[in-house]
Ligand binder design. Sequence first.
Ligand SMILES: [Fe+2]
Length: 165
Amino acid sequence: MNRKIADLMEAMIAYDKGDVRRIQHFLKVHDLAVTIGTLEGLPENELFILEAAAILHDIGIHKSEEKYHSSAGKYQEIEGPGEAETLLANLGSFTTGQINRIKYLIAHHHTYGNIQEQDYQILVEADFLVNLYEDGSSKETVTKVLQNIFRTEAGIRLLKAMYNI
Ligand SMILES: [Fe+2]
């Protein structure tokens, strides 16, 4: 992990202060996203953006709960990008292009209908690898997610190994 990502990790842990469950969630999603991205041979610049997006992907949850009394994915997608932009701008080590892509990924990470790019696909897969466990999903659900969502070879291998399907 490079210094910019470590600084972002520290800033996001501070943002989620005291919310250990959510902190541990994004740590896992980040680790799995880096693992899949590396196994899939993602270029370094894309891996960097993917790492940042994985750390920040659920940043909209607190605002969603405040504003809409819901943590539903669609509200997170609305509230997340603005929160992420503020945090990234404060760190000062991300370019406008990087920030825009990270915001896009946050704004779409619960939308599965038309995923074209690899960074987006990998973020979604990493989040599912963690959420299926945290939600206590059945084997039937895991199998459906494998068929309907997973596309990368590395992600498919990890899902099958983790959930023994
Ligand atoms: Fe998540």
